[in-house]
Design a protein around this ligand. Structure first.
Ligand code: ADA
Length: 564
């Protein structure tokens, strides 16, 4: 599946799953291994490629009718070069954002589609670097082919604004046109019983962005307890003929910041949940729907209402499920722990800007996403770093002013960006990392940081704990509760959750992390990562619960998700 709901009735869209040929190739393109693999998947799931870092060429035969086609890739890790009948037709960097390739005037019949994936850590890659999660290799999310007419709808954004009488809604459509054939184009959008029409669409450089407005009263709002979803259906007409369509699923939900409060549809919320990496056991980052669903079952069972997509944009199917279940989501651009030197990589700014744009344009309509994040624990304590943060915050504001922006920092008493963000987010690890010292409890540690924050910000704003936790090796139990035991992890998490959630100043506590995850073998802190994993999950990589799963469930149960 590409999405958890039908996105088209008119447009022909076919998923290109099944078995493809995979050849591992050297830098000159010379094959040195051949395999049959299912797509989507990662090559680390193939015997002999469990730790392969290099290039892989996927190939499959594709049958099309005559006309224009569009290849849609939901994720290739981490760099993709796309070839159609041997001709290069596309390139994309970043495993975690979708991209598409248009091919005009294709002949009817069978064609060869090849995708070269590259998961190496080269100087060209500014965001995929050796890290505390693994950069996998391969076509790790679904691929589809679409057969199009002379014009099609690239995206439909539904912007809902809550008013005293209900909702004001603006529809924004981006429409692309292959050739100027002197035809007339118009569009319509239907949502919740209303239909709006957009006449006289004219294209400039092959595309047009158009909009229309309406308003609603009496619709069912989207909230965690009532995650009401509606289908918005856009249709495109050429000389009056219906030629293309696109469906999006939306919720009537708005998010506001009021001083230190986070308000969803006017209700003050408290966020309690987990940081989750997109990974599962030997399937790596190619997590299938049923296991995404399983993760959400487990997370829901812990009385959580919040998930942070640490540290990159997530699969749209997972976000669809969060919409359906009423989870709040913090989705973030791809970055973790990039120091100033890495932020000065010549590709950093463009690769970051591309990732943020693709994230927002593709994930705009998810009601579950209540905030956008950037640059987890990057160099927000340096002048140059702060310039990059400002650039990215400005870009996000231009792309989507409706959602607050934040970034998780570890530079607590040196951060230069507290006044840039709408929500301040702190990653803290008292009782685990020694440099925090053991001389004061989590809340005292928070208070020391708050004193500094108050000297930096021009106005009060919400503060959430975006990460806190401790590691435990699954199955290691001790009477002494020594470090790395499940028992110690329970003690630390209980103290963290109870302590931090007791403060009225804090609007959320997010555990690092939901599940243990594999890390890159050459990550700088590999020696504190037994089994080459980050072991701070409350479940292991196969979702076997540690004792801390039960501890977190009981602690979160006592926390009201709404503040008075
Ligand atoms: C940081 C980082 C996480 C993880 C965590 C840890 O806060 O944001 O990705 O590495 O530390 O486990 O130490």
């Amino acid at each position: 599946m590409i999405r958890m709901f039908e996105t088209n009735e008119k447009r022909s869209q076919k998923e290109l799953g099944g078995l493809w040929k995979l050849e591992t190739i050297d830098e000159n393109g010379k094959p040195n291994g051949e395999y049959r693999v299912s797509v989507p998947s990662v090559w680390e799931s193939v015997v002999g490629l469990e730790d392969y870092r290099g290039l892989g060429k996927y190939s499959t035969a594709v049958r099309t009718g005559a006309g224009n086609v569009r290849l849609v890739f939901k994720g290739v890790s981490h760099t993709a070069d796309v070839y159609f009948d041997g001709k290069k037709v596309g390139h994309h960097y970043n495993a975690y954002t979708p991209f598409a390739v248009e091919i005009a005037d294709v002949e009817a019949g069978e064609h060869l589609l090849e995708v070269v994936a590259d998961n190496r850590f080269t100087p060209d890659s500014a965001l995929h670097v050796p890290n505390d999660y693994r950069t996998y290799g391969g076509i790790n999310r679904p691929v589809a082919i679409e057969e199009l007419g002379n014009a099609y709808i690239e995206y439909l954004h539904v912007k809902n604004t809550r008013t005293d009488n209900g909702w004001d809604t603006e529809f924004v459509l981006k429409i692309n046109c292959f050739k100027d054939m002197g035809k007339s184009y118009c569009a319509s959008v239907e949502l919740a019983g209303h239909q709006v029409k957009i006449e006289g669409i004219s294209f400039e450089n092959g595309s047009a962005t158009v909009s229309a407005r309406t308003s609603y009263s009496g619709v069912d709002e989207w909230l965690p307890e009532t995650p009401n979803l509606y289908i918005a259906h856009a249709k495109l007409f050429e000389d009056g003929e219906y030629i293309d369509d696109l469906k999006e699923r939306i919720g009537f939900r708005d998010i506001k910041i009021d001083g230190e409060k986070i308000l969803v549809n006017g209700k003050q919320i408290f966020l309690k949940g987990f940081n989750r990496h997109e990974e599962y056991g030997t399937l790596g980052s190619a997590v299938p729907e049923n296991l995404m669903n399983y993760d959400l079952d487990i997370i829901a069972s812990t009385n959580s209402n919040f998930i942070r997509t640490s540290h990159y944009p997530n699969d749209e199917r997972f976000l669809d499920m969060c919409d359906e279940r009423g989870f709040f989501v913090w989705e973030e651009g791809h970055a973790r722990g990039l120091d100033e030197n890495r932020m000065k990589n010549p590709n950093f700014k463009k690769q970051s800007a591309d990732c943020l744009e693709e994230m927002v344009l593709n994930h705009f309509n998810h009601p579950s996403i209540i905030m956008w994040g950037i640059l987890n624990e990057c160099a927000s304590h340096t002048e140059y770093g702060a310039e990059c943060y400002k650039l990215q915050y400005d870009q996000l504001k231009a792309l989507d002013p409706s959602r607050p922006r934040t970034s998780a920092t570890c530079w607590h008493l040196k951060d230069l960006c507290y006044d840039m963000e709408d929500i301040i987010s702190l990653n803290i690890y008292p009782r685990w990392y020694t440099w925090y010292g053991n001389d004061y409890a989590p809340l005292e540690h928070y208070r020391k940081i708050r004193e500094y924050i108050d000297t930096c910000v021009s106005s009060k704003k919400p503060i959430i704990i975006s990460e806190c936790g401790a590691a435990a090796i699954y199955g290691y139990r001790t009477f002494s509760h020594v470090k790395w035991s499940e028992d110690r992890q329970c003690d630390v998490l209980k103290e963290l959750i109870e302590g931090l959630s007791s403060s009225d100043e804090i609007s959320g506590v997010t555990i690092w992390q939901f599940a243990d995850c594999r890390i890159d073998g050459d990550f700088r802190d590999w020696n504190s990562r037994p089994k080459t994993q980050n072991n701070k999950g409350v479940v292991d990589i196969y979702r076997n619960p540690k004792q801390s799963y039960y501890t977190v469930r009981e602690c979160f149960k006592k926390i009201n998700p709404y503040k008075n």
